[in-house]
Design a protein around this ligand. Structure first.
Ligand code: PEP
Ligand code: MN
Length: 265
């Protein structure tokens, strides 16, 4: 298998034209709102997360919502806001692709293509991003085993695109105190099975902003190469995932505490 450690022993390092790497020495943090809500909101959050040390801005323009009656994202307008924020701040950008028909448009506005948990086994979508020229962040499915996760990555790799980041974002368990159960076992298990970089998303992994900092630190201690953190200018008024979003002040604290853990591991 192309993504397996047996096939390739050295860790894959994804390199961007501006010098940022994922899977190398530095732990990268992708931060920003769950959804792009407006030009001003995105730019405000982008500048704040940049000040705190993030080098990658996240923000969804196409949102896979449980209910069709809730905010579905700004679509192409949201992508344009992301492009503008990228230009103004120099941050790299990551955004979710839900439909193969939007691939060209999304690719034009983003540096990393995100495949959401709900699409982890959308095999047509996986094959299509496997032919794209941008790195892909693949999120683990809500109930996917690690084997299924790796086979989904194989769909992408087998089409030629080997710049894949695997994201642990919590799985469904019987527990109800948290939205999902962040499976930190997956980090060292994946590290042993694959050469691809591993990212931990404690925002979706817990669904609770008050658990995000401790689980981000735990993710780094477990060996994660990168983190994805939801940050909102006003979490209480967020269009989506406000309960798990950090304020810019709390994000600053997360970065401070994570630097300490990173230097200790
Ligand atoms: C997101 O990143 O906002 C998202 C929808 O994530 P997931 O696919 O992990 O639920
Ligand atoms: Mn979200």
């Amino acid at each position: 298998k192309l993504v397996s450690r047996e096939f390739k022993k050295e860790n894959t390092i994804i390199r961007f034209p501006n010098g940022v790497t994922i899977g190398g020495e530095e732990i990268q943090v992708m931060a920003g709102p769950c959804a792009v809500e407006s030009d001003e909101q995105l730019l405000f959050v982008a500048e704040r997360v940049k000040e705190s040390g993030a080098k990658i801005l996240r923000g969804g323009a196409f949102k896979p919502r449980t209910s069709p009656y809730t905010f579905q994202g700004l679509g192409e307008t949201g992508l344009k806001h992301l492009s503008k924020a990228r230009e103004k701040t120099g941050l790299l950008v990551i955004t979710e692709l839900m439909d193969p028909r939007d691939l060209d448009m999304v690719e034009e506005h983003t540096d990393i293509i995100q495949i959401g948990a709900r699409n982890m086994q959308n095999f047509r979508l996986l094959s299509d991003v496997g032919r794209a020229r941008k790195p892909v962040l693949l999120k683990r499915g809500l109930s996917a085993t690690i084997k299924e996760f790796l086979m989904a990555a194989e769909y992408i790799a087998s089409q030629g695109n080997q710049d894949i980041i695997l994201c642990e974002r919590g799985i469904r368990t019987f527990e109800t105190m948290t939205r999902n159960t962040l499976d930190l076992n997956a980090v060292p298990v994946l590290k042993s099975l694959t050469h691809l970089p591993i990212l931990v998303d404690p925002s979706h992994g817990t669904g609770r902003w008050d658990l995000v900092i401790p689980m981000a630190k735990a993710g780094i201690a477990a060996g994660a190469d990168a983190l994805m953190i939801e940050v909102h200018n006003n979490p209480e008024e967020a269009f989506s995932d406000g309960e798990e979003s950090l304020t810019p002040e709390n994000f600053e604290r997360l970065m401070r505490e994570c630097r300490k853990v990173a230097s200790a591991v």
